[in-house]
Unconditional design. Structure first.
Lengths: 294, 349, 406
């Protein structure tokens, strides 16, 4: 039983990170109906900017965070303005592929900056472990998990009480209706992309805190996509739920199934879950159910 | 169907012909002839690029049928190619069948597997289906890497095709298997999409509700589209395995599947010539970036060879993004406009 | 308007095609080329980049001194991005270029395909450490000892360590590595060797590259009563594993040993507390030994314009490979003259450079007609106080490849 509890807690911690990655994608899909692959790179670049200010320029952590978020917002604005806006009204798959092209473009730059090394800001952020009920839990992951919960709370407040947040929800509902009530859909799109890159930067910093900034970091974006789908592409609570679920499932299945089938279950568990969810609840756990025949 | 003026169909046979005019017959014969003679005057490298292009064209043709015509987006084509490659390898190496039987059988096996892969399309569509196929990709590749029969992570060796004592063991020799197969598959695809089945696919794509009202069994046609598409992928995979002489799980990565969709969109959805445009353009771009990467190092010596490679990747992404933004409907669309304007020259319309 | 930019695109693309079509065809007198098909971007870039830097810089240095008897060696680096189709067509574009006399390929699946392509040719192709290439002697030359041999050397070290600690009974060792071909390679032969020597090998724990958390695997191994864990993967995999392990308090009970692609001095300086006490097996110099090595220091500071303490030790491995290449070309020139440098002659020379000194960066060269191992000695290092320090001198690796049934 203690073993199961341990797997559960570790899974929850890992899942919190997944959820954060997924939220950024859900934000974009919710109002623009574009599925973005580029968010993996936004995570990488956000973390890189944070690392640059914090470790290379040796600025205080708050300044680093603010600068990194400003940088992220600028990137988000640029991508929306130059890559996404020209594609309004064109097939959605063209937009999807454009985000893929953006991913490749940024991947090259990422490589150019890192030159095969990894970057870490371990010395500046909490390390070590806290003992909870006799089990040592990683502080890095706890801190990242806490940050992700805070982020969710912040987003919930934002969407409920601010004008821009409400505008975004209206836009997600129906572009034309939103336009006719006086919301500038175009600038809402811009805000959405900026918000989502800011969220992605948070996720990137939290991830890099756990496993350093390395080539594999942008590829966590695929994990985020799966989480977003399991939870429902247009549901923020769904992303949180699915992230946690996936984290737990991966660890529990690796814990119990690996010895039976001979290893490597952690890799495939997520995809099996995704297939099952899609077959049973096609629009994800908490996604908006569209009533239509297929 | 739209006809240029001055060309009339007088018999049923003329009306049904794929190649309509003597001029087109001429162009077709000459271009196929030149293509088949390519190893005589092209370098080894060009021949090998043509081989890879042709295999890719076969896989993307299948994707065009399921995605471009039937509207079911699949990112799993790379995994389906893996199924084809491995079944062909197992059939020839472990069961001792000849390549000539193994290739179509591998296609059928992959088609059957594709029915499994297409099953989610009964419940979901759009992007949800697309990502379900990503999941199918990973589950398939995980199985390939962990099953005993596929040689686990080590892979399987495959022998080249043979006729009697003559082995097709070089690029130039394989060329004469790959290109005819590609031509036959293109002919097949061209025909499928204009039959009743093809029209049903288009109906399902454009409006599945309306299609059902018209009496089209959409489940049947969706699964059929997946079967045909995976048959193509299986044949492509079989050729790939016998051409390269080895099956290895890391040859079939998700990125391949994404690229195939990319080629389709760059070329144009719902058009057979579009497949050729897309495949050729993306491969040409990729090859030129690859070949230019040593020169990046010469142009930017302060970067060093290896990081300069990053520039190549960025340039590739940039060109692709520009292309998509400027031409989101694909090259086939531009091709149709160009054909019409040439035909009407010197008039505007 | 739209057609205009398409026209431009066509012009630019065809110009690009023409330019690479023309340039490689121009050959200068007395120049041979080394083709490096390497993953400059992608999952193993951390390993591929520094070693490619090393090869490139050493060749530059040789050329700057006038080449080998007037023959210059050109370095061609192509980014294959861990993509098989791309790597293969890059190879084929140089396949019939006679000036390319040797090559290097990092990715395993591409190596497998080339193995098939080069069946009858004689062409030196440097690869990482798969033991398969020692078992089937051919065109593929691992940079150093094979994974199996390094694992076997570790077994010897484990037995000595076990005795030193005064323990009795059989020590238990397990492999914790990536879930792919590489992660399984060391046990093909390594396992047989361990069993022969009386070390129990527990079932491997394999995880997907890029895992965020390794608690599951570590606790399971702990429960199985393991004494030694051999951690595979390319840096920073080991660092991430060790961060989890040290949090769980495992390094006190279990000795962790890293495969030779393990943490570099730079990685260790980022997480000194987590890696403390880890043993690293290596066939090239590490830590201060590498950063203060006169040749490496000079090359690094001259061609990379960076201080020596920023050097990744993989650089030394690349320099070692380049020294071997230059040695083989020298040998070929001596035998057949500078005008007859063909792939086959270089291949023959590679078999003759047995015992060539690599300035102490790697052990003496072990290539021979019956051996494809780049060297057959390794050194053990231990992370102590944020530094990686040697704990043994060069140790000969046992032959574990021949124990496996291939």
């Amino acid at each position: 039983m203690t073993e199961f509890l341990q797997l559960l807690v570790i899974g929850l911690l890992e899942g919190g990170l997944y959820a954060m990655v997924a939220v950024a994608m859900v934000l974009v899909y919710k109002s623009t109906h574009v599925v973005s692959l580029a968010h993996g790179q936004f995570m990488g670049f956000g973390a890189l900017a944070f690392w640059f200010v914090l470790v290379q320029l040796k600025m205080p952590i708050v300044v680093a965070l603010v600068l990194a978020l400003c940088f992220a917002a600028a990137v988000g604005w640029a991508v929306e303005r130059f890559a996404m806006r020209p594609l309004i009204g064109q097939p959605l798959f063209a937009a999807f592929l454009t985000t893929f092209a953006t991913f490749l473009m940024m991947d090259g730059l990422f490589q150019l900056i890192l030159k095969g090394e990894s970057a870490s800001f371990a010395a500046y952020l909490p390390l070590g472990s806290i003992s909870v009920a006799g089990k040592p839990l990683p502080t890095t992951q706890l801190a990242s998990f806490g940050a992700s919960l805070l982020l969710f709370a912040g987003l919930a407040v934002f969407f409920r009480f601010t004008k821009v947040g409400l505008g975004m929800r209206a836009t997600a509902e129906d572009h034309q209706l939103a336009q006719s009530t006086g919301i500038t859909v175009r600038s809402i799109f811009s805000y959405i992309w900026m918000l989502s890159t800011v969220v992605a930067t948070f996720a990137g910093i939290a991830l890099a805190n756990v496993s350093d900034i390395y080539f594999t970091l942008p590829y966590m974006g695929i994990k985020g996509l799966i989480v977003a789908l399991v939870g429902g592409l247009d549901s923020l609570p769904g992303a949180l739920l699915a992230g946690l679920l996936l984290g737990v499932l991966e660890n529990v299945s690796a814990g119990y199934l690996d010895p039976i089938v001979g290893g490597g279950v952690k890799e495939v568990a997520a995809y099996v879950l995704l297939l099952l969810v899609l077959l049973i609840r096609p629009y994800g756990l908490l996604g908006l159910v569209r009533i239509e025949r297929i | 169907m739209w006809r240029p003026c001055g060309i009339f169909d007088e018999t049923y046979r003329q009306d049904m012909a794929i190649v309509r005019t003597p001029l087109r017959w001429g162009v077709l014969t000459v271009s196929v002839g030149v293509l088949l003679a390519a190893p005589l005057f092209c370098s080894y490298y060009i021949v090998s690029v043509l081989n890879t292009l042709a295999i890719t064209v076969i896989a993307v043709l299948g994707l065009q049928i399921v995605t471009g015509y039937c509207g079911q987006v699949s990112f799993g084509q790379a995994a389906f190619m893996a199924v084809g490659a491995y079944s062909s390898a197992i059939l020839t190496e472990k069961l001792g069948l000849s390549f000539w039987i193994a290739m179509p059988v591998a296609g059928v096996i992959t088609g059957m597997y594709g029915l499994l892969g297409g099953a989610p399309s009964m419940r979901i569509k759009g992007f949800y289906l697309a990502v379900a196929t990503i999941a199918i990709h990973f589950v398939t590749m995980w199985l390939v890497q962990h099953l005993e029969i596929t040689g686990k992570s080590v892979g399987l060796p495959v022998s080249p095709p043979q006729i009697g004592p003559f082995a097709f063991d070089s690029d130039e020799r394989m060329f004469y298997i790959i290109i005819p197969v590609m031509l036959a598959m293109t002919y097949g695809a061209r025909n499928i999409v204009r039959t009743r089945v093809g029209r049903a696919f288009v109906a399902v794509r454009d409006n599945d509700l309306a299609a059902q009202v018209m009496g089209i069994n959409i489940y049947y046609y969706k699964l059929l589209a997946f079967f045909i598409s995976c048959f193509y992928a299986g044949v492509a995979g079989s050729l790939w395995a016998h051409y390269h002489g080895v099956c290895h799980p890391e040859q079939f990565q998700l990125l391949r599947g994404l690229w195939y969709i990319g080629m389709l969109i760059v070329g144009g959805l719902g058009s057979i010539p579009g497949v050729f445009f897309g495949v050729i353009l993306i491969r040409a771009l990729d090859e030129s970036v690859l070949m230019l990467s040593p020169y990046f190092a010469q142009w930017f010596p302060w970067l060093g060879t290896a990081p300069a490679a990053g520039l190549g990747l960025s340039a590739f992404g940039l060109v692709l993004a520009l292309f998509l933004i400027k031409e989101p409907r694909g090259l086939a669309h531009r091709w149709e406009i160009m054909k019409a304007s040439i035909r009407l020259y010197p008039f505007a319309y | 308007m739209r057609t205009r930019w398409i026209r431009w695109a066509v012009v630019v693309i065809s110009a690009a095609f023409l330019s690479w079509g023309l340039f490689p065809g121009v050959s200068w007198a007395k120049e041979v080329a080394f083709l490096d098909l390497s993953d400059f971007t992608g999952p193993v870039a951390g390993l591929a980049l520094p070693s490619s830097f090393g090869i490139e810089d050493y060749l530059k240095d040789v050329n700057a001194k006038g080449g080998i008897d007037g023959v210059k060696i050109k370095y061609i680096g192509v980014d294959t991005r861990y993509d098989v189709a791309r790597a293969l067509s890059a190879y084929k574009s140089y396949a019939r270029d006679p000036s390319v006399v040797a090559m290097e390929i990092v990715s395993t699946p591409v190596g497998k395909m080339l193995q098939n392509l080069l069946r009858s040719a004689k062409f030196v192709c440097l690869v990482p450490g798969d033991g398969e290439f020692q078992a089937h002697i051919g065109n593929f030359w691992p940079w150093g000892p094979t994974y199996q041999d390094a694992f076997a050397a570790t077994i010897d070290w484990v037995l000595a360590d076990w005795k030193k600690k005064g323990q009795s009974g059989k020590p238990k060792i397990a492999v914790l590595s990536w879930d792919n071909a590489y992660g399984r390679e060391m046990l093909r032969g390594g396992k047989e060797y361990a069993e022969k020597q009386g070390v129990e090998v527990l079932p491997s724990e394999l995880f997907p590259p890029g895992s965020l958390n390794h608690d599951v695997y570590l606790t399971r191994l702990e429960k199985a009563g393991v004494n030694y864990i051999y951690v595979g993967g390319v840096d920073p995999t080991q660092t991430n594993v060790m961060r989890d392990a040290s949090r769980l308090g495992l390094p006190k009970k279990i000795q962790f040993i890293s495969d030779y692609w393990g943490p570099s001095a730079l990685g260790i300086s980022l997480h000194p507390e987590a890696l403390e006490g880890m043993v690293v097996i290596s066939y090239f110099l590490r830590g201060d030994e590498a950063q203060n090595h006169p040749l490496l220091k000079r090359l690094w500071t001259t061609y990379r314009n960076q201080p020596a303490d920023k050097m990744n030790e993989g650089y030394g491995m690349g320099v070692g490979a380049a020294i071997t290449l230059v040695g083989a070309i020298k040998d070929a020139i001596k035998r057949v003259g500078a005008d007859k440098l063909t792939r086959e002659e270089i291949y023959n020379s590679y078999q003759k450079v047995t015992g060539l000194s690599r300035e102490g960066i790697l052990g003496p060269c072990a290539y021979s007609p019956t051996s494809r191992r780049g060297s057959d000695v390794v050194k053990f290092y231990k992370v102590t106080g944020g530094k990686i320090v040697p704990i043994t001198d060069w140790v000969k690796t046992p032959d574990a490849v021949s124990l496996h049934k291939w």
